[in-house]
Design a protein around this ligand. Structure first.
Ligand SMILES: Nc1ncnc2c1ncn2[C@@H]1O[C@H](COP(=O)(O)OP(=O)(O)OP(=O)(O)O)[C@@H](O)[C@H]1O
Ligand SMILES: [Mg+2]
Length: 306
């Protein structure tokens, strides 16, 4: 097993663009996705995430740079690098005349999977389309089509699975089914790369995260380390009565709509104990205490400013 599932060096993509103005979608990206991880690729609309993923999938031709998938250079070993990756694209590209079973069989054929090694029934079961196996794709609901896209990405048992916004616009049940499948596949050793605009999902699912913004990578780190970057917490204290309390130095105080006192502080400079002491010293009776920590959304906003 290679150390890196995906290795990208100085990747650039300039689209020709309509009306003559070229669009520089990727401006020299380096990316290293550890094998075995669940890796989040985040960024605002238009950041270049799908461009990057479509280059990995062989759907978009890069302008320059190096891409290695499971150790295989895309330009030197195109067949092996393509066999190592399965991509669930953001935009469904489905032939309405196939049934789910037919679509999976055709996809397996495209990847040269011999009939004896196909897992069509197993995949149909996994994506919850056993009952619809013989229905025409055009009669499937939007969510069912997305599930079929996931199935198609899996027919050749890729080492790396890439999901471009798998949960955009899907209901809670399908979202849970997707994440359960992703977790199971990852436990079985598959490396997962995903994009999502639901930062809570990324925070919960991903071991490591890269944020790209306007075609450039602005950060890549373990999820826990990213969350630790923001040195800020809030201590929310509910007191009896409406008494005030001067906050300790370096701490800002806001009053919440329900009357609770919200002390924002830097854990590196002030302890929660110092704030509680100040509250006691002000003669206030503490009824309830809770802390609020920064989440991925705060990190994202602080880095992308959007
Ligand atoms: N085929 C194309 N021709 C010209 N420009 C394109 C093409 N595809 C994408 N772009 C431009 O490249 C930039 C990056 O687009 P991309 O789809 O990679 O972003 P994204 O990060 O996936 O965004 P989203 O979160 O909205 O899916 C955008 O400015 C987009 O308009
Ligand atoms: Mg996209």
């Amino acid at each position: 097993m290679p150390e890196s599932a995906i290795m990208i060096e100085n990747l650039r993509k300039t689209y020709a663009g309509q009306g003559g103005k070229p669009k520089e979608a990727l401006k020299g990206i380096d990316l290293d996705v550890p094998a075995g991880s669940i890796f989040g690729l985040l960024g605002p609309n238009g950041a270049g995430k799908s461009t990057l993923i479509n280059i990995l999938a062989g759907l978009v031709i890069k302008t320059s740079g190096k891409v290695k998938i499971w150790g295989f250079d895309q330009d030197v070993n195109p067949r092996q690098s393509r066999a190592a990756i399965g991509v669930m694209p953001q935009e469904p590209n489905m032939d309405p005349f196939f049934t789910p079973r037919g679509a999976l069989e055709v996809q397996a054929g495209l990847y040269g999977v011999p009939k004896s090694q196909r897992r069509t029934d197993e995949i149909l079961e996994m994506i919850g389309l056993t009952e619809q196996a013989e229905a025409y794709a055009r009669t499937l609901s939007g969510g069912m089509r997305r599930r079929l896209l996931l199935g198609k990405a899996l027919v050749h048992r890729p080492q790396v699975l890439v999901l471009d916004e798998p949960t955009a616009g899907v209901d809670i049940e399908l979202r849970q089914m997707l994440w359960n499948n992703v977790r199971r596949l990852n436990e079985d050793g598959m490396t997962i790369i995903l994009t999502t605009h639901y930062l809570e999902e990324a925070q919960e699912m991903c071991d490591e995260i890269a944020i790209i913004h306007r075609g450039e990578k602005i950060v890549q780190d373990k999820t826990s380390a990213l969350l630790g970057r923001l040195d800020g917490k809030t201590l929310v204290i509910t007191t009896d009565g409406k008494g005030d309390c001067p906050p300790p130095e370096g701490v800002t105080l806001d009053r919440r709509p329900d009357g609770a006192l919200a002390f924002s502080y830097k854990p590196s400079e002030t302890s929660a104990g110092a704030i509680l002491s100040a509250v006691h010293a002000a003669g206030l009776n503490v009824r309830d205490v809770k802390t609020e920590e920064p989440d991925l959304e705060d990190v994202f906003l602080s880095l992308t400013g959007s």
